[in-house]
Design a protein around this ligand. Structure first.
Ligand code: NZQ
Ligand code: ZN
Length: 437
Protein backbone atom coordinates (compact mmCIF):
# COMPACT_ATOMS: atom_id res chain seq x y z
CA UNK A 1 0.00 0.00 0.00
CA UNK A 2 2.92 2.33 0.67
CA UNK A 3 2.84 5.26 -1.75
CA UNK A 4 -0.37 4.08 -3.47
CA UNK A 5 -3.10 6.56 -4.47
CA UNK A 6 -5.45 5.05 -1.87
CA UNK A 7 -3.07 5.45 1.04
CA UNK A 8 -2.27 9.00 -0.02
CA UNK A 9 -5.90 9.98 -0.16
CA UNK A 10 -6.56 8.29 3.20
CA UNK A 11 -3.70 10.18 4.71
CA UNK A 12 -5.03 13.41 3.20
CA UNK A 13 -8.49 12.78 4.64
CA UNK A 14 -6.95 12.03 8.00
CA UNK A 15 -4.88 15.22 7.86
CA UNK A 16 -7.86 17.34 6.93
CA UNK A 17 -10.15 15.97 9.65
CA UNK A 18 -7.36 16.19 12.22
CA UNK A 19 -6.67 19.76 11.21
CA UNK A 20 -10.35 20.65 11.41
CA UNK A 21 -10.52 19.10 14.84
CA UNK A 22 -7.57 21.13 16.03
CA UNK A 23 -8.93 24.29 14.48
CA UNK A 24 -12.23 23.70 16.23
CA UNK A 25 -10.24 23.60 19.47
CA UNK A 26 -8.44 26.82 18.54
CA UNK A 27 -5.32 24.83 19.22
CA UNK A 28 -2.25 25.17 17.06
CA UNK A 29 0.50 23.85 19.23
CA UNK A 30 3.40 22.49 17.19
CA UNK A 31 1.41 22.53 13.97
CA UNK A 32 3.04 23.30 10.63
CA UNK A 33 3.24 26.97 9.75
CA UNK A 34 0.66 26.78 6.95
CA UNK A 35 -2.07 25.99 9.49
CA UNK A 36 -1.66 29.55 10.70
CA UNK A 37 -2.89 30.88 7.35
CA UNK A 38 -6.38 30.41 8.76
CA UNK A 39 -6.97 33.96 9.94
CA UNK A 40 -7.58 33.34 13.60
CA UNK A 41 -4.52 35.25 14.68
CA UNK A 42 -3.70 38.86 15.30
CA UNK A 43 -0.76 39.72 13.01
CA UNK A 44 2.55 40.35 14.69
CA UNK A 45 2.82 43.86 16.08
CA UNK A 46 4.85 46.47 14.21
CA UNK A 47 8.10 47.09 15.99
CA UNK A 48 11.16 49.31 16.21
CA UNK A 49 14.11 47.32 17.55
CA UNK A 50 17.03 49.23 19.05
CA UNK A 51 19.86 47.52 20.93
CA UNK A 52 22.85 49.87 20.96
CA UNK A 53 24.92 48.22 23.72
CA UNK A 54 28.25 46.70 22.67
CA UNK A 55 28.53 43.25 24.21
CA UNK A 56 32.04 42.02 24.93
CA UNK A 57 31.66 38.44 26.03
CA UNK A 58 33.93 35.67 27.27
CA UNK A 59 36.88 34.65 29.41
CA UNK A 60 39.20 37.38 28.15
CA UNK A 61 36.64 40.14 27.81
CA UNK A 62 37.75 42.08 30.90
CA UNK A 63 41.08 42.98 29.33
CA UNK A 64 39.29 45.39 27.00
CA UNK A 65 37.98 47.60 29.79
CA UNK A 66 40.28 50.63 29.52
CA UNK A 67 40.14 50.71 25.75
CA UNK A 68 36.34 50.64 25.84
CA UNK A 69 36.09 53.43 28.41
CA UNK A 70 38.32 55.58 26.21
CA UNK A 71 36.34 54.69 23.11
CA UNK A 72 33.21 56.07 24.76
CA UNK A 73 34.88 59.26 25.94
CA UNK A 74 35.56 58.45 29.60
CA UNK A 75 38.33 60.52 31.20
CA UNK A 76 37.13 60.58 34.81
CA UNK A 77 35.30 57.47 35.91
CA UNK A 78 32.97 56.67 38.80
CA UNK A 79 33.48 52.98 39.67
CA UNK A 80 30.15 52.02 41.25
CA UNK A 81 29.63 48.70 43.03
CA UNK A 82 27.57 46.79 45.60
CA UNK A 83 28.05 45.30 49.03
CA UNK A 84 31.34 43.51 48.70
CA UNK A 85 31.13 40.54 46.33
CA UNK A 86 33.17 42.33 43.65
CA UNK A 87 35.89 43.17 46.18
CA UNK A 88 35.91 39.64 47.56
CA UNK A 89 36.22 38.03 44.13
CA UNK A 90 39.18 40.22 43.20
CA UNK A 91 37.31 41.90 40.33
CA UNK A 92 37.51 45.38 41.83
CA UNK A 93 41.24 45.04 42.43
CA UNK A 94 41.63 44.06 38.81
CA UNK A 95 39.52 47.00 37.60
CA UNK A 96 41.57 49.44 39.70
CA UNK A 97 44.81 47.99 38.37
CA UNK A 98 43.64 48.21 34.76
CA UNK A 99 42.50 51.83 35.16
CA UNK A 100 45.75 52.78 36.89
CA UNK A 101 47.79 51.10 34.16
CA UNK A 102 45.85 52.99 31.49
CA UNK A 103 46.18 56.24 33.50
CA UNK A 104 42.43 56.70 33.61
CA UNK A 105 41.44 58.81 36.62
CA UNK A 106 38.65 57.36 38.80
CA UNK A 107 36.72 57.66 42.05
CA UNK A 108 34.76 54.88 43.74
CA UNK A 109 31.38 54.52 45.39
CA UNK A 110 30.27 51.17 46.80
CA UNK A 111 27.41 50.09 49.02
CA UNK A 112 24.60 49.69 46.50
CA UNK A 113 22.04 47.34 48.05
CA UNK A 114 19.78 44.91 46.15
CA UNK A 115 16.66 46.91 45.18
CA UNK A 116 18.85 50.04 45.00
CA UNK A 117 17.95 53.12 47.01
CA UNK A 118 17.51 56.70 45.87
CA UNK A 119 19.58 57.94 48.83
CA UNK A 120 22.67 56.16 47.44
CA UNK A 121 21.90 57.57 44.00
CA UNK A 122 21.85 61.10 45.44
CA UNK A 123 25.22 60.43 47.08
CA UNK A 124 26.57 59.32 43.69
CA UNK A 125 25.26 62.42 41.93
CA UNK A 126 26.94 64.67 44.44
CA UNK A 127 30.23 62.81 44.09
CA UNK A 128 30.13 62.92 40.28
CA UNK A 129 29.47 66.67 40.28
CA UNK A 130 32.22 67.34 42.79
CA UNK A 131 34.77 65.19 40.97
CA UNK A 132 33.82 66.11 37.40
CA UNK A 133 33.00 62.50 36.49
CA UNK A 134 32.18 61.96 32.81
CA UNK A 135 31.73 58.15 32.74
CA UNK A 136 30.19 55.58 35.10
CA UNK A 137 31.45 52.02 35.35
CA UNK A 138 28.95 49.70 37.03
CA UNK A 139 30.64 46.63 38.52
CA UNK A 140 27.85 44.29 39.58
CA UNK A 141 24.30 43.33 38.65
CA UNK A 142 20.95 44.98 38.06
CA UNK A 143 21.01 46.96 41.29
CA UNK A 144 24.42 48.53 40.63
CA UNK A 145 23.59 49.17 36.98
CA UNK A 146 20.27 50.81 37.82
CA UNK A 147 21.89 52.92 40.51
CA UNK A 148 24.44 53.98 37.88
CA UNK A 149 21.72 54.83 35.38
CA UNK A 150 19.89 56.93 37.96
CA UNK A 151 23.11 58.77 38.85
CA UNK A 152 23.71 59.27 35.13
CA UNK A 153 20.29 60.93 34.76
CA UNK A 154 20.68 63.03 37.85
CA UNK A 155 24.04 64.68 37.22
CA UNK A 156 22.62 67.01 34.57
CA UNK A 157 19.25 67.61 36.24
CA UNK A 158 18.56 70.47 38.64
CA UNK A 159 15.12 69.39 39.85
CA UNK A 160 14.19 66.55 42.21
CA UNK A 161 15.48 63.31 40.74
CA UNK A 162 12.33 61.38 41.70
CA UNK A 163 10.44 63.52 39.14
CA UNK A 164 11.47 60.99 36.46
CA UNK A 165 9.86 58.04 38.27
CA UNK A 166 6.91 60.18 39.33
CA UNK A 167 6.13 61.10 35.73
CA UNK A 168 6.70 64.82 36.38
CA UNK A 169 9.76 65.23 34.13
CA UNK A 170 11.68 63.45 31.38
CA UNK A 171 15.49 63.33 31.50
CA UNK A 172 17.32 65.13 28.72
CA UNK A 173 20.71 63.50 29.27
CA UNK A 174 22.51 60.63 30.95
CA UNK A 175 26.22 60.13 31.56
CA UNK A 176 27.67 57.28 29.48
CA UNK A 177 27.67 53.98 31.37
CA UNK A 178 29.75 50.82 30.97
CA UNK A 179 29.13 47.55 32.80
CA UNK A 180 31.16 44.67 34.16
CA UNK A 181 28.37 42.21 34.81
CA UNK A 182 28.68 39.84 37.77
CA UNK A 183 25.15 38.39 37.94
CA UNK A 184 22.95 37.46 35.00
CA UNK A 185 19.41 38.34 35.99
CA UNK A 186 17.91 41.80 35.53
CA UNK A 187 19.13 42.31 31.97
CA UNK A 188 19.74 45.97 32.79
CA UNK A 189 23.04 45.78 30.90
CA UNK A 190 21.08 46.01 27.63
CA UNK A 191 17.71 47.34 28.72
CA UNK A 192 16.28 50.85 28.64
CA UNK A 193 14.90 50.41 32.13
CA UNK A 194 16.07 51.79 35.46
CA UNK A 195 14.38 50.54 38.64
CA UNK A 196 15.03 52.30 41.94
CA UNK A 197 13.39 52.50 45.36
CA UNK A 198 12.63 55.82 46.98
CA UNK A 199 13.57 55.41 50.65
CA UNK A 200 10.78 57.83 51.52
CA UNK A 201 7.76 55.51 51.45
CA UNK A 202 9.78 52.60 50.01
CA UNK A 203 8.26 53.17 46.59
CA UNK A 204 9.91 50.97 43.96
CA UNK A 205 9.47 52.25 40.43
CA UNK A 206 10.83 51.64 36.95
CA UNK A 207 11.48 54.30 34.34
CA UNK A 208 12.36 53.64 30.69
CA UNK A 209 14.42 55.73 28.30
CA UNK A 210 16.96 54.90 25.61
CA UNK A 211 19.22 57.59 27.08
CA UNK A 212 20.37 55.19 29.82
CA UNK A 213 21.27 52.28 27.53
CA UNK A 214 24.75 51.13 28.45
CA UNK A 215 27.55 51.85 26.00
CA UNK A 216 29.14 48.48 26.61
CA UNK A 217 28.70 45.40 28.76
CA UNK A 218 31.64 43.19 29.58
CA UNK A 219 30.45 39.69 30.42
CA UNK A 220 32.78 37.04 31.70
CA UNK A 221 30.75 33.97 32.72
CA UNK A 222 33.56 32.92 35.07
CA UNK A 223 32.65 35.91 37.27
CA UNK A 224 29.33 34.23 38.03
CA UNK A 225 30.91 31.09 39.56
CA UNK A 226 30.79 32.73 43.02
CA UNK A 227 27.03 33.38 42.94
CA UNK A 228 25.13 31.72 45.80
CA UNK A 229 22.55 29.14 44.59
CA UNK A 230 19.61 31.36 45.61
CA UNK A 231 20.88 34.29 43.52
CA UNK A 232 21.65 31.94 40.62
CA UNK A 233 18.10 30.59 40.72
CA UNK A 234 16.46 33.99 41.24
CA UNK A 235 18.51 35.34 38.35
CA UNK A 236 17.43 32.51 36.06
CA UNK A 237 13.81 33.10 37.07
CA UNK A 238 14.05 36.81 36.27
CA UNK A 239 15.64 36.04 32.90
CA UNK A 240 12.87 33.61 32.02
CA UNK A 241 10.22 36.03 33.21
CA UNK A 242 11.52 38.82 30.96
CA UNK A 243 10.84 36.57 28.00
CA UNK A 244 7.59 35.12 29.36
CA UNK A 245 6.24 38.62 30.00
CA UNK A 246 6.58 39.20 26.24
CA UNK A 247 5.62 35.72 25.08
CA UNK A 248 2.20 35.83 26.73
CA UNK A 249 0.88 38.35 24.27
CA UNK A 250 -2.26 38.65 22.22
CA UNK A 251 -0.07 39.06 19.13
CA UNK A 252 0.30 35.35 18.51
CA UNK A 253 1.70 35.52 14.99
CA UNK A 254 5.28 36.50 15.77
CA UNK A 255 6.49 33.10 14.63
CA UNK A 256 10.25 33.68 14.67
CA UNK A 257 10.14 35.62 17.92
CA UNK A 258 8.16 32.78 19.49
CA UNK A 259 10.77 30.28 18.36
CA UNK A 260 13.59 32.43 19.78
CA UNK A 261 11.70 32.86 23.05
CA UNK A 262 10.95 29.17 23.42
CA UNK A 263 14.58 28.22 22.73
CA UNK A 264 15.80 30.80 25.24
CA UNK A 265 13.39 29.56 27.90
CA UNK A 266 14.29 25.89 27.38
CA UNK A 267 17.99 26.72 27.44
CA UNK A 268 17.85 28.63 30.72
CA UNK A 269 15.51 26.08 32.29
CA UNK A 270 17.98 23.27 31.58
CA UNK A 271 21.16 25.25 32.24
CA UNK A 272 20.15 26.38 35.72
CA UNK A 273 20.05 22.79 37.03
CA UNK A 274 23.54 22.19 35.67
CA UNK A 275 25.06 25.27 37.31
CA UNK A 276 23.32 24.54 40.60
CA UNK A 277 25.02 21.13 40.53
CA UNK A 278 28.34 22.47 39.29
CA UNK A 279 28.80 26.25 39.83
CA UNK A 280 31.90 26.27 37.60
CA UNK A 281 30.15 24.86 34.54
CA UNK A 282 31.34 27.42 31.98
CA UNK A 283 29.09 26.31 29.14
CA UNK A 284 25.88 26.68 31.11
CA UNK A 285 26.96 29.81 33.01
CA UNK A 286 27.68 31.34 29.59
CA UNK A 287 24.29 30.32 28.21
CA UNK A 288 22.51 31.90 31.18
CA UNK A 289 24.59 35.07 30.98
CA UNK A 290 23.89 35.62 27.30
CA UNK A 291 20.22 34.85 27.86
CA UNK A 292 20.11 37.56 30.54
CA UNK A 293 20.86 40.20 27.94
CA UNK A 294 18.81 38.76 25.10
CA UNK A 295 15.80 38.34 27.32
CA UNK A 296 15.54 42.02 28.18
CA UNK A 297 17.03 43.85 25.21
CA UNK A 298 13.61 43.70 23.50
CA UNK A 299 14.59 40.93 21.04
CA UNK A 300 11.86 38.71 22.41
CA UNK A 301 9.37 41.56 22.03
CA UNK A 302 9.75 41.95 18.25
CA UNK A 303 6.19 41.53 17.03
CA UNK A 304 4.71 40.88 20.47
CA UNK A 305 3.77 43.17 23.34
CA UNK A 306 5.20 43.67 26.80
CA UNK A 307 2.79 42.54 29.48
CA UNK A 308 4.88 42.94 32.65
CA UNK A 309 1.93 42.65 35.03
CA UNK A 310 3.84 40.09 37.12
CA UNK A 311 6.78 42.49 37.26
CA UNK A 312 4.62 45.35 38.44
CA UNK A 313 3.00 43.15 41.08
CA UNK A 314 6.46 41.96 42.15
CA UNK A 315 8.02 45.41 42.40
CA UNK A 316 5.57 46.17 45.21
CA UNK A 317 6.59 42.95 46.99
CA UNK A 318 10.29 43.78 46.87
CA UNK A 319 9.49 47.41 47.74
CA UNK A 320 7.50 46.40 50.84
CA UNK A 321 9.32 43.26 51.99
CA UNK A 322 12.83 43.77 50.52
CA UNK A 323 12.76 40.34 48.85
CA UNK A 324 14.90 39.26 45.89
CA UNK A 325 13.23 40.34 42.65
CA UNK A 326 13.41 36.95 40.85
CA UNK A 327 11.99 35.14 43.89
CA UNK A 328 9.13 37.63 44.06
CA UNK A 329 8.33 36.95 40.42
CA UNK A 330 8.19 33.19 41.01
CA UNK A 331 5.85 33.84 43.94
CA UNK A 332 3.22 35.70 41.88
CA UNK A 333 3.51 34.33 38.33
CA UNK A 334 1.39 31.20 38.85
CA UNK A 335 -1.43 33.24 40.38
CA UNK A 336 -1.34 35.76 37.53
CA UNK A 337 -1.31 32.89 35.02
CA UNK A 338 -4.33 31.16 36.56
CA UNK A 339 -6.14 34.50 36.69
CA UNK A 340 -5.77 35.13 32.92
CA UNK A 341 -5.64 31.52 31.68
CA UNK A 342 -9.20 31.03 30.48
CA UNK A 343 -9.05 33.78 27.87
CA UNK A 344 -5.71 32.60 26.47
CA UNK A 345 -5.79 28.83 26.53
CA UNK A 346 -4.02 28.19 23.22
CA UNK A 347 -1.11 30.44 24.19
CA UNK A 348 -0.65 28.75 27.55
CA UNK A 349 -0.97 25.33 25.88
CA UNK A 350 1.73 26.27 23.36
CA UNK A 351 3.98 27.31 26.26
CA UNK A 352 3.20 24.08 28.11
CA UNK A 353 4.18 21.88 25.17
CA UNK A 354 7.00 23.85 23.55
CA UNK A 355 8.71 25.13 26.70
CA UNK A 356 7.75 22.94 29.65
CA UNK A 357 7.64 19.67 27.70
CA UNK A 358 4.08 18.83 28.77
CA UNK A 359 2.38 16.07 26.75
CA UNK A 360 -0.21 17.47 24.40
CA UNK A 361 -3.75 16.49 25.40
CA UNK A 362 -5.50 17.19 22.08
CA UNK A 363 -8.90 16.58 23.59
CA UNK A 364 -8.47 19.09 26.38
CA UNK A 365 -6.30 22.16 25.60
CA UNK A 366 -7.18 23.77 28.94
CA UNK A 367 -5.82 20.76 30.82
CA UNK A 368 -2.61 20.99 28.78
CA UNK A 369 -2.36 24.71 29.50
CA UNK A 370 -2.91 24.20 33.22
CA UNK A 371 -0.30 21.44 33.34
CA UNK A 372 2.15 23.96 31.87
CA UNK A 373 1.51 26.36 34.74
CA UNK A 374 1.88 23.54 37.27
CA UNK A 375 5.08 22.35 35.59
CA UNK A 376 6.49 25.89 35.77
CA UNK A 377 5.73 26.01 39.49
CA UNK A 378 7.36 22.61 39.99
CA UNK A 379 10.39 23.94 38.13
CA UNK A 380 10.53 27.02 40.40
CA UNK A 381 10.34 24.75 43.46
CA UNK A 382 13.03 22.47 42.08
CA UNK A 383 15.49 25.37 41.82
CA UNK A 384 14.60 26.67 45.29
CA UNK A 385 12.19 29.45 44.36
CA UNK A 386 8.94 30.20 46.22
CA UNK A 387 5.60 29.94 44.44
CA UNK A 388 3.51 31.90 46.92
CA UNK A 389 3.79 34.93 49.18
CA UNK A 390 3.97 32.79 52.36
CA UNK A 391 6.88 30.88 50.84
CA UNK A 392 8.49 34.18 49.84
CA UNK A 393 8.28 36.03 53.16
CA UNK A 394 7.84 33.15 55.61
CA UNK A 395 4.25 34.05 56.56
CA UNK A 396 0.99 35.17 55.02
CA UNK A 397 0.70 38.84 54.12
CA UNK A 398 -1.88 40.59 56.29
CA UNK A 399 -5.02 42.14 54.79
CA UNK A 400 -3.54 45.57 55.46
CA UNK A 401 -0.36 44.61 53.60
CA UNK A 402 -2.33 43.31 50.62
CA UNK A 403 -4.28 46.57 50.56
CA UNK A 404 -0.98 48.48 50.66
CA UNK A 405 0.46 46.42 47.79
CA UNK A 406 -2.65 47.11 45.71
CA UNK A 407 -2.67 50.80 46.61
CA UNK A 408 0.94 51.23 45.52
CA UNK A 409 0.70 49.05 42.41
CA UNK A 410 -2.43 50.84 41.20
CA UNK A 411 -1.21 54.26 42.37
CA UNK A 412 -4.29 54.69 44.49
CA UNK A 413 -6.52 53.13 41.86
CA UNK A 414 -5.39 55.54 39.13
CA UNK A 415 -3.53 53.07 36.89
CA UNK A 416 -3.81 49.54 35.58
CA UNK A 417 -0.99 47.15 34.65
CA UNK A 418 -0.63 44.41 32.05
CA UNK A 419 -1.37 44.12 28.34
CA UNK A 420 -2.50 40.54 27.72
CA UNK A 421 -5.20 41.32 30.25
CA UNK A 422 -5.68 44.68 31.85
CA UNK A 423 -5.17 44.25 35.58
CA UNK A 424 -6.95 46.88 37.64
CA UNK A 425 -6.91 47.36 41.41
CA UNK A 426 -9.59 44.73 41.95
CA UNK A 427 -7.74 42.19 39.78
CA UNK A 428 -4.47 43.01 41.58
CA UNK A 429 -6.15 42.26 44.88
CA UNK A 430 -7.46 38.93 43.58
CA UNK A 431 -4.03 37.91 42.26
CA UNK A 432 -2.22 38.87 45.47
CA UNK A 433 -4.84 36.96 47.49
CA UNK A 434 -4.46 33.90 45.28
CA UNK A 435 -0.70 34.10 45.79
CA UNK A 436 -1.19 34.52 49.54
CA UNK A 437 -2.70 31.04 50.01
O1 NZQ B 1 26.05 43.59 46.61
P1 NZQ B 1 27.00 42.49 46.32
O2 NZQ B 1 27.92 42.20 47.45
O3 NZQ B 1 27.72 42.68 45.03
O4 NZQ B 1 26.12 41.14 46.21
C1 NZQ B 1 25.15 40.94 45.20
C2 NZQ B 1 23.72 41.06 45.73
O5 NZQ B 1 23.65 40.73 47.09
C3 NZQ B 1 25.21 39.50 44.77
N1 NZQ B 1 26.17 39.26 43.70
C4 NZQ B 1 26.24 39.85 42.50
N2 NZQ B 1 27.20 39.30 41.75
C5 NZQ B 1 27.77 38.34 42.52
C6 NZQ B 1 27.14 38.32 43.76
N3 NZQ B 1 27.48 37.46 44.74
C7 NZQ B 1 28.49 36.61 44.49
N4 NZQ B 1 29.14 36.57 43.30
C8 NZQ B 1 28.81 37.41 42.29
N5 NZQ B 1 29.43 37.30 41.11
O6 NZQ B 1 23.91 39.22 44.28
C9 NZQ B 1 22.96 39.99 44.99
C10 NZQ B 1 21.94 40.53 44.02
O7 NZQ B 1 22.49 41.52 43.19
P2 NZQ B 1 21.52 42.48 42.36
O8 NZQ B 1 22.34 43.39 41.55
O9 NZQ B 1 20.52 43.07 43.28
O10 NZQ B 1 20.76 41.42 41.44
P3 NZQ B 1 19.96 41.57 40.10
O11 NZQ B 1 20.85 41.64 38.94
O12 NZQ B 1 18.95 40.52 40.16
O13 NZQ B 1 19.24 43.01 40.19
C11 NZQ B 1 18.02 43.17 40.86
C12 NZQ B 1 17.52 44.58 40.69
O14 NZQ B 1 17.30 44.87 39.30
C13 NZQ B 1 15.94 45.30 39.12
C14 NZQ B 1 15.22 44.54 40.21
O15 NZQ B 1 13.94 45.05 40.47
C15 NZQ B 1 16.18 44.74 41.37
O16 NZQ B 1 16.05 46.03 41.91
N6 NZQ B 1 15.51 45.06 37.75
C16 NZQ B 1 16.03 45.86 36.81
C17 NZQ B 1 15.66 45.76 35.48
C18 NZQ B 1 16.23 46.65 34.45
N7 NZQ B 1 16.88 47.74 34.84
O17 NZQ B 1 16.08 46.42 33.25
C19 NZQ B 1 14.67 44.78 35.03
C20 NZQ B 1 14.33 43.74 36.04
O18 NZQ B 1 13.05 43.25 35.77
C21 NZQ B 1 14.40 44.19 37.46
O19 NZQ B 1 13.22 44.86 37.87
ZN1 ZN C 1 12.83 41.35 36.12
Amino acid sequence: MKGSKKSLSLRKEFNISWTLFLLSQNFFVSLPQNIKTVKNYIDMKDFNFYAPTRVVFGKNSEEQLSQLIRQYGGTKVLVHYGGGSARKSGLLDKVEAMLNDAKIDFVELGGVVPNPLLSKVREGIELCRKEGVDFILAVGGGSVIDSSKAIGYGVGYDGDLWDFWDGKAVPQSCLPIGVMLTIPAAGSEMSSSCVVTNDEGMLKRGFNSDLCRCKFAIMNPERTYTLPPYQTAAGATDIMMHTMERYFSKYEDATLTDAISEALLRTVKDAVFEVLKNPEDYRNRAAIMWASSLSHNDLTECGTEKDFASHRLEHELSGLFGVTHGAGLAAVWGSWARFVLDRHISRFAQFAVNVMGVANDFTDPRATALRGIEATERFFHAIGMPISIPELIGRKATDAEIAELVRKCSRDGKITVGALEVIDADAMSQIYRLANQ
